[in-house]
Design a protein around this ligand. Structure first.
Ligand SMILES: [Mn+2]
Length: 415
């Protein structure tokens, strides 16, 4: 085991500060595909387990006894595992079959289960482990740089082939091929490609839709390297360039996104970054005549969430939602400007976040009579109708919070 994992374990144990408890961290089992016999979904160990071991081994357990330290338990590799999958014994840790006896010897102690099957616990130990995982160490940043390099290659490939008639699916294939050729071990999440109207669907699955003149191209994609994930969005002009309306919205979003990236500094509340994005978008939409409300009123009434209906970002790294959640001593995530951001915490040096404001024209929200009634005073509906070409704009970068200036890991990906 490389020394970094020992360092992480020492830090975790120190933050737990427990004496008479045991902790079991479960990697989790492999998920079979229903009705597919021996076919399974790709396996990823729970990030708690992976972060403390560097391994992604199904059904493994990492145990912690404060008086003895850490013990790894791995399932025994059978000859058939080797025959079918090439698995070989790890030559470390103990056999999983010894775990019951190990627990039996310590039956006077209470056990906290973390990891697979035990998410969403309100356990203090879970919260402390999440906190320990948030600042990225050197080993993690190295993998992030690799993920970003592969991701940049994918976006470069995308720009090279944009043309009239290209389908979303064809674009996805080029992006993911370039990821794979440039060191990716997988995709960080299902690649999102949207043209024109489908660019307003947050998790659009690339389909057979062909790119038409005047449609924007939204790509939200990231490469994965050994569990570490980049998460990047660009909204590009389609063939023929942006229309003047698209250009106005894009320029506004570009300004807002840059300001939010620059605001990611130690001590700043994540909700404040979200509010900054919402306020900037609201001010811009008011200048364009789409909003009648002042920015403060647009935020307070939540009218802004008609156009910006998701959180401004999340932590990223080991998994695309790395250790997101609430800060120390906080309960449930709170609402902000009409949405519930994925994080409710103050930024610290070493945190890696995505900043991804968006501006959308979503008919489902904007043509809903209930919304038109509720926000009658805040939106200039006749003006909006002139702008209402279904589609969305999002720009997303991965930002490392540091003691000095924020570092944009994905700044080199053209926008
Ligand atoms: Mn994201």
């Amino acid at each position: 085991m490389e020394p970094i994992f020992e360092t992480r374990r020492v830090r975790t144990a120190a933050t737990w500060g427990i004496h008479d408890e045991l902790v079991l961290i479960h990697a989790g089992g492999q998920l079979g595909r229903p009705g597919m016999q021996d076919q399974c979904y790709p396996y990823r160990a729970h990030p708690h387990f992976r972060w403390l071991t560097g391994l992604s081994v199904r059904d493994a357990v990492l145990a912690f006894d404060p008086s003895e330290g850490w013990t790894e338990f791995f399932p025994t590799i059978t000859p058939m595992d080797t025959v079918w999958e090439g698995l070989l014994p790890l030559n470390r840790g103990r056999a999983l079959s010894e775990l019951p006896a190990w627990l039996e010897k310590r039956q006077d102690k209470t056990i906290t289960h973390l990891g697979a099957g035990h998410d969403q616990t309100t356990s203090l130990l879970e919260q402390r482990l999440l906190e320990a995982r948030r600042p990225k160490d050197e080993a993690e940043l190295l993998l992030m740089y690799k993920a970003v390099t592969a991701t940049a290659a994918g976006f470069a490939a995308a720009r090279d082939i944009l043309r009239d008639g290209l389908t979303e699916r064809e674009l996805q294939i080029e992006i993911e091929t370039a990821f794979a050729r440039n060191g990716a071990t997988g995709v960080a999440y299902d690649t999102i490609v949207g043209f024109g109207p489908t660019s307003a669907i947050f998790h659009a699955e690339p389909g057979s839709r062909a790119l038409k003149l005047g449609e924007q191209v939204l790509i939200d994609a990231g490469a994965e390297v050994e569990g570490y994930c980049a998460d990047v969005t660009r909204t590009l002009p389609g063939p023929g360039g942006f229309t003047s309306q698209q250009a106005e919205i894009y320029a506004l979003l570009d300004r807002v996104e840059r300001a939010c990236c620059d605001a990611c500094r130690p001590g700043v509340e994540w909700h404040e970054i979200h509010r900054m994005a919402a306020r900037g978008i609201a001010a811009g939409l008011r200048e364009l005549g789409i909003l009648r409300a002042t920015p403060e009123e647009a935020l307070e009434t939540e009218a802004i969430a008609l156009f910006f209906p998701h959180g401004v970002g999340h932590l990223v790294g080991l998994g695309v939602r790395d250790a997101s959640g609430v800060g120390p001593g906080r309960g449930e995530k709170r609402r902000c400007c009409g949405v519930t951001p994925r994080c409710d915490l103050a930024l610290e040096p070493g945190f890696l976040v995505t900043v991804e404001p968006g501006i959308y024209f979503i008919p489902t929200l904007l043509n809903d009579p209930v919304n038109r009634e509720r926000f009658a005073a805040q939106v200039d509906w006749p003006t909006l109708d002139k702008w209402l070409v279904p589609g969305g704009f999002r720009i997303e970068d991965d930002i490392l919070v540091s003691d000095s200036e924020p570092i944009n890991l994905t700044a080199e990906i053209p926008r």
